[in-house]
Design a binder for this molecule. Structure first.
Ligand code: SAM
Length: 336
């Protein structure tokens, strides 16, 4: 039975876990090109600590976990960690968000370890532009990564595309056409004010998903697909005869907080009930302060921290109003 219903009646069943703040890319909307201050190694949660937290969260009603970062595939031992999570009874779904660069070598290992599916970030289909957005990423490697994920069956594959006006909004139709021939689920995401480089002219760079959708509707017949609200914030459509789907995530223009079912665990061990709020519970300190080896006491302390995080979950974010051109939050630290 789910014991995690928050003060507003939302059932919390999903945890996003950032396993590292490190990344092999430096996406322009996510982190600065250099001078990035990494969290010291000893402050990052160990895999055993994360597994303990997830295990207790599952006892409370969590059924899905998403592994993210930074780039989760740069952390050593990630496949073994997923194998460890797989052993948790009643954990139904383990997914992972990646930039896809290391997937050609990791897809099979991850599948064998028990990973259910992947989300792959892909913001351009043009090599030069992809390189510019990711500051050094390889489109070729990421496309190969998508092929590998398809081949080993890490399904359904969701492709996350953050749209930025004047940068990649001219490629929307190219992305849409990918769904005709391949079973890929393209999700257009509204760019949020977390980028270091773009935050100064955020309002000029923001493009609403509604605007994109209206343009697409004029050209393509989009059939809505009904998916339960528990499956995340996207609204999905299919082009007649297409193998994949098209999703729209309106994080800013129409937020979906009333259906939010998630909490986050940052790589440095803070439980965050909302990506956009500074409210957090220091679960790492709670675990590391326990002086006893008594498993029952330790489990109780972990569960209390999780319940505390759920109890302080805000009603919703007010990103639209809150962020001026100067403000931003650090996605790279919290984990997307
Ligand atoms: N490295 C992995 C990746 O590239 O997918 C996982 C971490 S990344 C922070 C997770 C997701 O957050 C990506 O899909 C990325 O596009 C999204 N993201 C990061 N900054 C964003 C922003 N400012 N607005 C919208 N989405 C953002």
């Amino acid at each position: 039975m789910n014991k995690m219903i928050d003060n507003l009646g939302r059932k919390i069943s999903y945890i996003r876990v950032s396993v590292t703040d490190r990344c092999n890319y430096r996406c322009i909307y996510c982190r600065p090109e250099d001078q990035f201050e990494f969290i010291p190694h000893q402050e990052i949660l160990r895999y055993e600590e994360i597994a303990e937290i997830v295990e207790e969260a599952v006892k409370l009603g969590i059924t899905k976990v998403r592994i993210t970062g930074g780039e989760p595939l740069v952390r050593e031992g990630i496949a073994d960690f997923i194998r460890q999570l797989r052993k948790i009874n009643k954990l139904e779904d383990i997914s992972l968000t990646t930039n896809g660069f290391f997937l050609p070598e990791y897809a099979k290992k991850l599948k064998d370890a028990g990973l259910t599916r992947v989300n792959i970030s892909l913001d351009s289909l043009q090599e030069e532009k992809y390189n510019r957005i990711t500051r050094g990423g390889s489109l070729e490697k990421t496309l190969k990564g998508i092929d590998s994920a398809l081949k080993v069956g890490l399904l359904p594959i969701k492709i996350n595309t953050v749209l930025i006006r004047g940068i990649n909004d001219d490629e929307v139709e190219d992305f849409v056409r990918l769904t005709l021939r391949r079973p890929l689920n393209i999700r257009f995401i509204e760019f949020m004010p977390s980028g270091e480089e773009l935050k100064d002219n955020y309002r000029d760079k923001f493009i609403s998903i509604l605007e994109i959708k209206e343009k697409l509707i004029k050209k393509y017949l989009l059939d809505p697909i009904k998916i339960s609200t528990e499956n995340g914030p996207a609204k999905y459509y299919r082009i007649k005869g297409g193998q994949g789907t098209i999703g729209f995530i309106t994080a800013l223009s129409q937020h979906f907080c009333k259906n939010c079912n998630r909490i986050r665990l940052t790589s440095e061990g803070k439980l965050r009930p909302c990506l956009f709020s500074n409210k957090e519970v220091d679960i790492k300190q709670a675990i590391r302060n326990v002086k006893t080896e008594d498993k029952i006491i330790k489990s109780k302390i972990i569960r209390n921290s999780i319940k505390k995080a759920v109890s302080i979950k805000p009603e919703g974010h007010k990103l639209n109003e809150k962020f001026s051109n100067r403000d931003s939050f650090k996605m790279s630290k919290i984990g997307g």
